[in-house]
Design a protein around this ligand. Structure first.
Ligand SMILES: Nc1ncnc2c1ncn2[C@@H]1O[C@H](COP(=O)(O)OP(=O)(O)OP(=O)(O)O)[C@@H](O)[C@H]1O
Length: 329
């Protein structure tokens, strides 16, 4: 941002949050924290309860029980919500006949923000050329960028984005990654939902993974990846283990005679083996298969594809407190 000095982010706290629709529990005793200055991925398969959680956080849906706060307050109690939190939820609707610029102008006026902010945001989100075009003619990727521009109008401390890379091409995804990184380096709190860990793996610092409305994992992506590990196969694993220990590298016997070495440095392991006069029959780094881990954690829990017994009721009404979505202007 080129305007005021960057505001510090604010912590998002979700505590025992529950939402039921009739007898169906969409969000179940969910507890997690999102820290400022970090990008947090809010992950789970389709129907896991991500959007419902975000809608509760933004005061668009009443929770059945529990709390969801931003900087210690429920959304409805925040004094100047536009400068505290900006959001772009899925299925954000823009008036199709209104240009991108006019859409942002209306939101800026409603929020008492200077109109100069509109062109600044159009520029920042890479859609200045589309400013005069009717939003109804926007591609999905352009709509995403317009939604992001709307969310950022008030230079909020917290940014909540539902599936922001949907409809973006690879170049757009790369741009979004850099853009979010820039915003988080200013100290903003960024929460980004996705149903694919792989999609946000490179973007996020932390993850909150939910399944069936419940928390299954919370923490840094680096922790999910686990410690770096190398597998090596040789004629005398015990001798190689001893030689590695001398080089300050720990190892333990793995399956099928291989040695599991606590390093990602393949070259070091090869050099130690060479010095010990041992043949290297196989040497490979453990692949960090986050995609597999994600499936393992959330396996078979896409409730939208349920067998009928655990399927939710048809969402007849969205139970919205306000009909408004998008920038929360
Ligand atoms: N108003 C409603 N009435 C009944 N059921 C609802 C309502 N809103 C959501 N649900 C159900 O609650 C569950 C969670 O939905 P939600 O949209 O929060 O999931 P999600 O994780 O965002 O999924 P997706 O990745 O598909 O967007 C789904 O099974 C959904 O059908």
């Amino acid at each position: 941002m080129t305007t005021a000095p960057a505001a510090q982010g604010a912590t998002i706290e979700v505590r025992d949050l529950t939402k039921t629709f009739g007898s169906f529990t969409a969000v179940d005793q969910l507890t997690f924290t999102v820290e400022p200055g970090r990008i947090t991925g809010f992950l789970g398969p389709n129907g896991a309860g991500k959007t419902t959680t975000l809608r509760m956080l933004l005061g668009l849906v009443h929770q059945t029980s529990g709390t969801a706060t931003i900087d210690g307050r429920a959304y409805g109690d925040i004094d100047h919500p536009q400068s505290m939190v900006g959001s772009a939820l899925e299925a954000t609707n823009f008036h199709p006949g209104r240009s991108g610029r006019d859409h942002l102008r209306v939101l800026a006026a409603a929020g008492g923000l200077p109109v100069s902010r509109v062109d600044e945001l159009l520029e920042l989100t890479g859609i200045p050329a589309a400013a005069r075009k009717r939003a109804g003619e926007y591609s999905m990727g352009m709509r995403q960028r317009l939604g992001l521009a709307a969310a950022l109008l008030g230079d909020p401390r917290v940014l909540i984005l539902d599936e922001p890379s949907n409809g973006l091409d690879p170049e757009g995804i790369r741009w979004l990654r850099g853009f979010l990184r820039h915003l988080s380096s200013q100290g903003k709190t960024i929460l980004v939902s996705s149903h694919q860990l792989q999609e946000v793996e490179q973007t996020v610092d932390d993850v909150v993974i939910i399944s069936n409305g419940r928390l299954v994992r919370e923490g840094a992506v680096s922790d999910l990846r686990g410690a770096p590990t190398t597998f090596v196969r040789t004629s005398d694993p015990a001798q190689l283990a001893g030689a590695l220990r001398v080089a300050d590298v720990m190892s333990s016997p793995g399956s099928d005679g291989e040695l599991v070495v606590e390093t990602a440095d393949l070259r070091l392991v090869g050099d130690v083996a060479l010095r010990a006069g041992l043949p290297v029959w196989e040497l490979r780094a453990r692949k960090h298969d986050l995609e597999a881990l994600f499936f393992e954690l959330t396996e078979g829990t896409n409730r939208n594809l349920g067998d009928g017994s655990s399927a939710p009721p048809a969402p007849t009404e969205r139970d919205a407190v306000t009909g408004q979505e998008g920038a929360n202007a």
